[in-house]
Design a protein around this ligand. Structure first.
Ligand code: KIV
Length: 273
């Protein structure tokens, strides 16, 4: 019998993250939109990869997440799933593909799952989208909720400011989190809300919460990859920790390449056939 074993990494699933919450292990989530970056973050050991509709900003240069389409999200998700071995891949349902019509919501989620190979979808909102969430869950598709600052509603909020500072909105958010748990969501993103509120929600529900700008009391954290790598010099909110300065690194590397081409030192004889 051969002693050689292939070390196949164990896939992260909805039950993995549930167990992580139960044993108090924090969950690390990050966004990715392309094959190369997804492969790198998966190899680094990330638990969850979100193919966020922030692709509209980061990849396409739009000012909001509203313009990105379902087919564009599926394209990004396909690129990501082709690279990933271990992490669980979750795809944002984009604006206008699930609000208001549960059958359209189901069709959108089924299309994402069938065409991208992802493991779950994420949807922004609480009680107002409950029928859509229920319908998608009834088809066996895991749903991640998203409460607090929900960027698809930027025009309703009038900006990207902190949410649920007022008592009434905080109470609504807690009720929505409990509803999402009751419906059967496997996790909830809490974006840009006061840290004590995020901690309270995380204690009040048994499914994991993943925070962004929501303090240390959530069960996990998520950041946009290009933001935390310092590639987006124009975006420096208080919650963002920079883990690299790739804007500078890339600028220097490309600057050196340009100089080498111009002064004819690249390519050298060793770099030629
Ligand atoms: O689209 C996205 O990147 C997100 C995260 C910021 C949570 O929804």
């Amino acid at each position: 019998m051969s002693t050689n074993t292939i070390d196949i990494p164990k896939k992260v699933t909805t039950s993995t993250v549930q167990q992580m919450k139960q044993r108090g292990e924090k969950i690390a989530m990050i966004t990715a939109y392309d094959y190369t970056m997804a492969g790198l973050v998966d190899a680094a050991g990330i638990d969850l990869i979100l193919v966020g509709d922030s692709a509209a900003n980061v990849m396409a240069g739009y000012g909001t997440t509203l313009p990105i389409t379902l087919d564009q999200m599926i394209y990004h998700a396909q690129c990501v799933t082709r690279a990933v071995n271990r992490a669980m891949v979750i795809v944002d349902l984009p604006f206008g593909t699930y609000q208001g019509d549960e059958l359209e919501a189901l069709r959108s989620a089924v299309k994402v799952m069938r065409e991208s190979g992802a493991a779950a979808v994420k949807m922004e909102g609480g009680s107002e989208i409950a029928p859509s969430i229920r319908k998608i869950l009834s088809a066996g598709i895991p749903v991640m909720g998203h409460l607090g600052l929900t960027p698809q509603s930027v025009n309703k909020f009038g900006g990207y400011g902190i949410r649920a500072k007022a008592e009434a909105e905080a109470e609504r958010l807690i009720a929505d989190a409990k509803l999402l748990e009751e419906l059967g969501c496997f996790a909830i993103v809490l974006e840009k809300i006061p840290a004590p509120l995020a901690a309270k929600v995380s204690e009040a529900i048994s499914i994991p919460t993943i925070g962004i700008g929501a303090g240390a009391g959530t069960d996990g954290q998520v950041l946009v990859l290009q933001d935390m790598l310092g590639m987006n010099t124009g975006f420096r909110p208080k919650f963002l920790r920079l883990y690299a300065n790739l804007a500078e690194t890339i600028g220097q590397a490309v600057g050196s390449y340009i100089a080498d081409v111009k002064d004819k030192s690249f390519p050298s004889p060793e770099e030629s056939y």
